[in-house]
Ligand binder design. Sequence first.
Ligand SMILES: Nc1nc2c(ncn2[C@@H]2O[C@H](COP(=O)(O)OP(=O)(O)OP(=O)(O)O)[C@@H](O)[C@H]2O)c(=O)[nH]1
Length: 300
Amino acid sequence: MISIEQMAIVLDTLPDPAFILSRSGKYIAVFGGRDARYYHSSDGLVGLRITDIVENEKADWFLEQIELALDSGQLLIKEYELNSLDINIESIDGPKHSLWFEGRIQRLDFLVDGEAVVLWVASNISERHELEIKLRTLSDTDQLTGLFNRRKLERDLALHYDAFERYAVPASILMFDLDNLKKINDTLGHYSGDEIIRTIGDICRSELRKTDIACRFGGDEFVIGLPNINLKDAVTFANRLRKHFKLELNRFSTEDIPISISIGVVTMEPADRSYEETLRRADDALYEAKRSGKDQVRLG
Ligand SMILES: Nc1nc2c(ncn2[C@@H]2O[C@H](COP(=O)(O)OP(=O)(O)OP(=O)(O)O)[C@@H](O)[C@H]2O)c(=O)[nH]1
């Protein structure tokens, strides 16, 4: 059997901080989490309330979680961030940058000063969180161009179609394809073809707003989603883009292989039953641009 004194040492040596918090957000007791590389100091917390140290919105969130854990009686697991906007990190010992935590919150079956209480164990998961963000970004990105890939595009277009259908928020789509890439590969080599595709990514990044979605759809085919843009403005944009591409890609052109792009432009319409139908119309418009001699913009 270990003694009460040894038990106290064990609690204080817990690698992750464990808080006993009341329903009203009062810190009743704090144990462990002493490593200043991973955790802010919890010295002086006992007796304070969450609202004393955490800004309003975040404090409300903490109180909500306590309430949920108390009501359900079941283990509640939540991830959250604490940064200098939430608490005055500068004045507290410990890491100064923002941290991500996994909170494990469980009702305790006793009252303190007549109030229900929970045990809140906070594990620092910042490294895991960063890795997850990197993985998510990687899985949404086309390696050659750094643009989004088709999976991410389709996810975003589904959301924009939803906004269009419910609230009539316009959204337009450009689908474009390099002209004559096969000849370029055959004549100048596959690496030149790759460089042209990479350059397309750079031009897209320089031309687009943050909310636009530029994606390499596959091979030498690209799609740009333009939220909040109607057909007229989308066509103006497509023409500007075509000229910009022509200018930049000119350095790859040879006498008998001009390098340009063909673009199909459409906007979401009530007759489209899904974003896939809008995309299909963009593809038809692109096909028309190719059929009519390439290096041009066609409306669908
Ligand atoms: N270098 C390079 N070539 C690629 C890549 N992806 C696809 N391609 C080539 O791009 C060509 C695309 O086919 P098409 O669109 O029919 O060929 P195109 O010569 O551009 O024909 P048009 O679109 O009618 O002008 C194929 O030859 C593919 O091998 C890539 O990542 N790098």
